[in-house]
Design a protein around this ligand. Structure first.
Ligand code: ACO
Length: 216
């Protein structure tokens, strides 16, 4: 396979991959039944969330020899002061289940306080979506996508890359690559109206924020 940059004309084939894998298999999407009881509903809000990141030109995909998309890293830029906008975007999401996920991500963003922890960082690249075809998992494709995403962010002169890992496996992958964990929150501790919102299957116990500095 080869790693190539995702351009706006690739949007539909990237979404086709994500609908099949990420939408169905990311731990929070599973436990909240994002696609409904029978798994046959759409989530246009997640599609839009994915698609709107692509024009930033920071995203990569793994493409097989036959031209099939087998892995995706959708990456976007973040600047200080983005939090209010993100919280408003989350709260106004019309899809009730995806709204819960956006609200969790906004809460993690606020609590992890990456810009507070790294005061010299004025912008960063965030890995928003990481997905690999289930037929080829465990072969290091996610790690290659993350490594190449790091290089691309560095080329664009970003001082830091971050990822909020909802999955135990994405956390293992970034840990291997030398990313530093700067925040974690057990799902048990994330509550709305006093009740935990997410009960993902083992081994997914917590959401973890990892960063890597791209400048000495
Ligand atoms: N069991 C045990 N360990 C695993 C497994 C597994 N099933 N899968 C990955 N790992 C670990 C390994 O430790 C591996 O490192 P090592 O080989 O050095 O020991 C590390 O994770 C990375 O493995 P990769 O082969 O690079 O990962 P892969 O290509 O399989 O993709 C991914 C991982 C993207 C998480 C994939 O499982 C997936 O698409 N899952 C569904 C969607 C999802 O959960 N995405 C991440 C959410 S977070 C986010 O999107 C920002």
């Amino acid at each position: 396979y080869k790693i190539v940059q995702v351009t706006p004309k690739d949007t539909e084939k990237v979404l086709e991959h994500l609908r099949k894998f990420f939408f169905r298999e990311e731990p929070l999407n599973i436990c909240i039944k994002l696609l409904g009881e029978n798994g046959d509903e759409e989530c246009l809000e997640l599609e839009q969330y994915c698609a709107q990141t692509i024009p930033e030109g920071l995203s990569l995909m793994a493409v097989s020899a036959s031209g099939k998309v087998i892995g995706v890293a959708l990456n976007g830029s973040q600047e200080p002061g983005h939090l209010e906008e993100m919280e408003a975007y989350a709260d106004s999401c019309p899809h009730p289940r995806f709204r819960k996920i956006l609200q969790l991500l906004a809460a993690v963003d606020r609590a992890s306080d990456v810009f507070g922890k790294f005061p010299d960082v004025d912008k960063l690249v965030e890995v928003r979506i990481l997905s690999v075809d289930s037929a080829v998992r465990g072969r290091g494709i996610a790690k290659v996508l993350l490594e190449k995403s790091t290089e691309l962010a560095k080329q664009h002169d970003y001082p830091l890359i971050r990822i909020d890992c909802s999955s135990h496996f994405s956390a293992l992958a970034v840990g291997r690559l030398g990313f530093e964990c700067v925040f974690k929150m057990p799902y048990e501790d994330y509550r709305q109206n006093g009740e935990p919102v997410f009960h993902p299957e083992q081994p997914h116990k917590e959401v973890k924020t990892y960063v890597r500095r791209l400048r000495p």
